[in-house]
Ligand binder design. Structure first.
Ligand code: GUN
Ligand code: FE
Length: 419
């Protein structure tokens, strides 16, 4: 089926570069992008036409790190650093997901809020519970979200209500993997919570599974200084935190590592060399007083950086807010380094929240031909001065100001899932 969307098209084909096509046409063939431009292609004249007029057609967002079972505590419990925060609030909240009915209700609402805010692809942590993880995958799938969900592995240092034995962890992980539908939009990703949560035996088994089944991996790395010191005690043979993953085959290409706030030059070089993906979670890093990640430096070094909300360490679910937070945080870093390092521009922040994450799911640069459409349509006409502003300025204002009410339509993998 041929379809054409008309409006102001804005996308980020490369880091720092915005391409804007005013009054442009987005040509679709069965939901896949067949071409963008100022002119309507002849073969599309008879196709379905959706005229978005003076609205902005932008790429939708990729949230590369979020904890679905922390959604109930979103916006609360912000007065403790990471390890105390996990023990005081987080494990208790996640333990409730033993109840599958509760999980169904919460995950349905989370999926709705993600879609409503234009997040169409995710890399999400579930809890350690097998059944609720299935429910999370189902609810994301039903809502039209694409990406990865991981059943969390944690067989030590949890809490009485949130911990599994090594045997249960391995058995449930295999049962979960075997039950996943290979044709679904939501696929499984191995998810050792972080080194302190997993015994060596469990890490070794997950590494074997990753290799045998060609699975992707996600975890946390160098978020907080107390955490790093703890990992050093647990793995005295590992000079650095990342090596506690690498030792077990859990630090390969496309492994998503959240945070990397305190990764020094040697750790960053290992990240780059292994094609590990950094999920930068700026709002979480400030809330949990973790630090300000050296994102500008990582980009200059050629590291693959993406963005995550990290709810509920992060208190901002909409990725436009996370992008603004990443930009702000890069400026804090610039200030704290006495202007010795550059900040992120708005165009760069937008790239990190869209194209950089999209590549993890196999997409090309920006709105690339052949890709299923992942887009949002923003109506900013009720803000002041819209008629007098350039599309570029309206785009920037949308990143800083737009909310779910301004997002009139959302497309995910060619399917319209909002509006
Ligand atoms: N490290 C281990 N678990 C977590 C978590 O749930 N959130 C964050 N931010 N860091 C973690
Ligand atoms: Fe996290």
């Amino acid at each position: 089926m041929r379809q054409v969307l008309h409006g102001h098209i804005i996308h980020a084909p490369e880091l720092g570069k915005l391409e804007i096509i005013e009054n442009g046409y987005m040509h679709l063939e069965d939901g896949r992008i067949a071409g963008l431009g100022q002119e309507l292609l002849p073969g599309w004249a008879d196709g379905e036409r959706v005229d978005y007029g003076d609205r902005l057609i932008m790429q939708s967002f990729c949230d590369m790190h979020l904890h679905a079972p922390q959604y109930p505590m979103l916006g609360m419990g912000m007065d403790l650093p990471l390890l105390e925060w996990l023990n005081t609030y987080t494990f208790k909240t996640e333990a409730r997901f033993k109840d599958v009915d509760y999980a169904r209700e919460v995950y349905r609402r989370l999926a709705q809020e993600l879609v409503s805010n234009g997040t169409t692809r995710v890399c999400a942590f579930s809890s350690l519970h097998l059944e609720s993880t299935r429910v999370l995958m189902e609810e994301f799938e039903k809502a039209g979200i694409c990406g990865y969900v991981g059943k969390v592995n944690m067989d030590r240092n949890g809490s009485p209500e949130l911990e599994e034995t090594t045997e249960d962890s391995i058995r449930d992980t295999i049962a979960w993997l075997d039950g996943c539908d290979p044709s679904a939009h939501i696929q499984p990703i191995l998810t050792p919570r972080f080194t302190p949560s997993c015994t060596d035996e469990l890490m070794a088994e997950l590494g074997r599974l990753a290799k045998a089944r060609g699975l992707r991996v996600q975890s946390h790395l160098s978020e907080n200084t107390s955490e790093i010191a703890w990992v050093r005690e647990l793995h005295p043979d590992c000079p650095q935190y990342w090596e506690s993953y690498e030792k077990y085959g859990l630090f390969g290409s496309h492994t998503v590592m959240a945070h990397c706030v305190h990764s020094d030059a040697r750790e960053r070089e290992a990240i780059r060399r292994n094609n590990v993906v950094v999920a930068h979670c700026p709002d979480s890093n400030i809330n949990l007083i973790s630090g300000v990640a050296p994102i500008r430096r990582m980009l200059d070094e050629g590291i693959w950086v993406t963005l995550g909300s990290d709810i509920a360490g992060g208190a901002i679910l909409p990725m436009m807010g996370v992008i603004a937070s990443a930009i702000r945080s890069s400026k804090v870093r610039r200030i704290s380094e006495n202007w010795g390092v550059d900040f992120l521009t708005v165009a760069e922040g937008y790239y990190l929240g869209t194209t950089s994450g999209a590549k993890y799911f196999g997409s090309g640069n920006g709105f690339a031909c052949g890709d299923g459409l992942h887009a949002i349509v923003i109506d900013d006409r009720h803000y002041v001065d819209t008629g007098r502003l350039s599309v570029r300025d309206r785009f920037e204002r949308a990143i800083y100001r737009a909310d779910a009410n301004d997002i009139k339509a959302v497309y995910s993998e060619g399917r319209k899932i909002k509006g």
